[in-house]
Design a protein around this ligand. Sequence first.
Ligand code: ZN
Length: 368
Amino acid sequence: MFDLKEHPHRRYNPLTGEWVLVSPHRTKRPWQGQVEKVPLEQRPAYDPGCYLCPGNSRAGGARNPAYQTTLVFDNDFAALLPDTPSGTYKQGDLLRAEAQSGVCRVVCFSPRHDLTIAEMDLNAIRVVVDTWVEQYSELNARPDIGYVQIFENRGAMMGCSNPHPHCQIWAPSTIPNEPAKEHAAQKAYFDAHGRTLLSDYAALELELGERLVTVNNSFVALTPFWAIWPFEVMIVSRRPFSGMDRMTPEERADLAAAMKGVTTRYDNLFEVSFPYTMGFHQRPAGEEYPFWHFHAHYYPPLLRSATVRKFMVGYEMLATPQRDITPEAAAARHYARSRRGAPARVERRPLPAAERLTHAPAQVKTEN
Ligand code: ZN
């Protein structure tokens, strides 16, 4: 009898139409054994050498204001430039290129050099959410912008060169690959069912309760059935809406709480400031697109401890991504950490007070 917990199988990602290979027989309890610890990095609240701290000068010669909450500025080393001339290059059907214009910005989350989303208070995270909404609304309305990608690279392991809490916004003139796949899949699902793909998916996950990480009144954080990264998380809005500009004030506050809940769990998992790439997917510029359902992806590289990471090489580069720990077991680890009154040694940082509102179905199972 085929068993998802025992037998190698592949899982379908309905958002992208791609598959992931799951090999649960290889490590049934991958968190057993010695877990290496890395001493927590102590950072100053202000670093005179940091180009993102208030009052400091940046590479381009500009000087940051003495900002109190968030700071937004055009990236001094932008990958996209707004004044790029339009044009195409074509040699037969094989060599194709198109000019790409766009805007790249940086958003500092806090004047404090030493904080992360997990460590900021909910009001401060809420200000970051408001800043994202402003930026998304402004850029998504521009005729020269096709898509607004907001993303955070957290930690040196993810190639982030500066620990000061910040994210980037890249807004190109066309829709990039990943949102384009989700655009097509969500449209096809909506056309067939009359509901958004992710509203049906979130409802299913709330019913099953096997992959939940944290839930509040507006958002579900879960490890997707088709997750590639060991501790991948997706935050999905419970109400279907197409972009962050459609959030109610309550939903903005709940998004802040969900993000703090997810990142706090991450930090507690291996007792380290957890590295990840995180970003939002939402409707492209131009139309309302009722099939688009706002969500965030977290892709963290860590596998077993603060120092053991997953590599996407070999079969994964050449064929299909693969994982050993099942998404259910990964979600149970987050969930167990938060629910079991785990020892203080594990709970490096208490979960936010707002999480007292969260709930999960009674049938949620923890695997250890
Ligand atoms: Zn997505």
